[in-house]
Design a binder for this molecule. Structure first.
Ligand code: HEM
Length: 110
């Protein structure tokens, strides 16, 4: 996120120092993958959509986030089919976090 020009807008949503949010994300992802519940112990229920509401997240922001995550997956996940599976799951989550007008997940709440 620090280096990709495509991620400049989402990088700007975050604090200059990423160290604390990196740790939170690491704990969250560990728990999401079935590891110890380190995130919930510290932060409670994830409420990911609610926690992202302060930031405007549309398709462009989602795609920039996915680009960063795809790079990370390329770096750390050797197995191509596992990588593809994770990519798909992340995409669903990233699309669900989207809070612009076009999110079909909101259609039933209007
Ligand atoms: C779709 C594009 C996304 C954008 C632009 C985005 C951006 C952000 C921003 C700006 C924060 C706040 C950072 C801070 O507190 O300094 C945040 C927090 C967080 N994001 Fe995202 N995010 C996105 C998608 C996701 C997805 C898909 C996940 C999960 C896989 C995720 C997981 C988290 C977590 C765990 C936190 C910390 C929540 C907490 O405070 O407990 N984000 N995100």
């Amino acid at each position: 996120m620090d280096t990709l020009p495509e991620a400049r807008a989402i990088r700007a949503m975050h604090a200059d120092d990423l160290s604390s949010v990196k740790k939170v994300l690491k704990n969250y992802l560990g728990e999401w993958m079935g590891g110890p519940a380190l995130y919930s112990q510290e932060r409670g229920h994830p409420r990911l959509r609610m926690r992202h509401m302060p930031f405007r997240i549309g398709e462009a922001e989602r795609d920039a986030w996915m680009l960063c995550m795809s790079g990370a997956l390329e770096e750390v996940v050797e197995d191509a089919s596992l990588r593809a599976q994770l990519h798909q799951s992340f995409f669903k989550l990233a699309d669900w976090v989207r809070n612009d007008d076009g999110n079909p997940h909101d259609a039933n709440h209007r």
